[in-house]
Design a protein around this ligand. Structure first.
Ligand SMILES: [Ca+2]
Ligand SMILES: [Ca+2]
Length: 287
């Protein structure tokens, strides 16, 4: 295209020279036969001039073509020409043109950057991956006051009871191993299934390490203040934990404790329950 543009430029220049020469002769000789030729050459020169490909003064490379402009929304593509794709589009192959759209989940923000987590392809918007992920929480147990040395980490239920003998549920929110590197958590919910529920539950942050295999009433981890109270009903319950999102950079944060206030009690499916509907974290991500 560069050669064609140069040839057209030379042809255009020749026509201009011829026009000036004929104009000079016509004016000098008053030869009327020269006027139609003159008018034709002027028209041809203008027409050819409109087709001559212009050079970009900011760009030391070949002229842009109208085809390039249409394809890329105003700018020609291709890195070898030193130009960038516009509107979030990307040039990911060897062919001219920015062929990848700005919301391609296989090339999100850069070529080959896929919005994939655990085999699931998420959405891409304006160069950022985003989507919702359900993470099964496998570390859960409860502690029972009247059996203070017993561990219940392998049982199919979690209990929260306020009575003569209290019971407290612990659920770890360990998400880091599942999240893509650099992912920002923008939404967080806990989903649990209750076989029975009477009254609300109080939510506490757990602030020291624990394991479902060893936790007992006598060795309960440290808990912070009660940060929320959730209503609970029989069946599926979803609790907004958005206020815990800043805790993900806090290394002392070790999950949730569910305590029953006076008069409340709940029976919840654990991760060991045979119906496989134990606690789940629903995480809204962006990265
Ligand atoms: Ca391309
Ligand atoms: Ca468990």
């Amino acid at each position: 295209m560069r050669a064609v543009g140069r040839d057209l430029s030379i042809l255009s220049s020749l026509i201009v020279v011829m026009v000036f020469e004929l104009e000079r002769r016509a004016l000098a000789s008053s030869d009327r036969r020269a006027w139609p030729v003159l008018v034709g050459l002027v028209a041809g020169g203008v027409a050819l001039g409109g087709c001559v490909l212009g050079e970009n003064p900011d760009f030391d490379g070949p002229a842009l073509t109208s085809e390039d402009s249409v394809e890329t929304g105003g700018e020609a593509d291709t890195m070898q020409e030193g130009l960038t794709c516009m509107g979030g589009t990307l040039d990911c192959d060897d062919m001219p043109g920015c062929e990848v759209s700005g919301d391609d989940p296989l090339n999100c923000g850069s070529c080959g950057r896929a919005c994939e987590v655990g085999g699931t392809l998420m959405a891409c918007s304006a160069g950022e991956c985003e989507g919702s992920l359900e993470i099964v929480l496998t570390e859960d147990t409860y502690a029972r006051e009247d059996q203070s040395m017993s561990n219940f980490g392998g049982e199919p239920w979690l209990f929260a009871v306020n009575g003569p003998s209290d019971e407290r549920t612990f659920i770890d929110l360990e998400l880091a191993s599942t999240l893509p590197p650099g992912a920002e958590i923008v939404g967080l919910e806990l989903r649990i299934v209750a076989d029975s529920a009477m009254g609300p539950l109080d939510l506490f942050e757990v602030m020291s390490p624990w394991s479902e295999d060893t936790l007992t009433w006598a060795s309960m981890p440290a808990m912070s203040y009660e940060f929320s109270t959730m209503p609970l009903s029989q069946g599926v319950n979803t609790i907004d934990l958005g206020q815990l999102i800043p805790k993900w950079n806090d290394s002392s944060f070790r999950g949730l404790a569910l305590l029953a206030p006076s008069g409340s009690e709940a029976t919840i499916h654990s991760s060991e329950h045979m119906s496989q509907d134990g606690p789940v974290a629903v995480v809204e991500l962006r990265w």
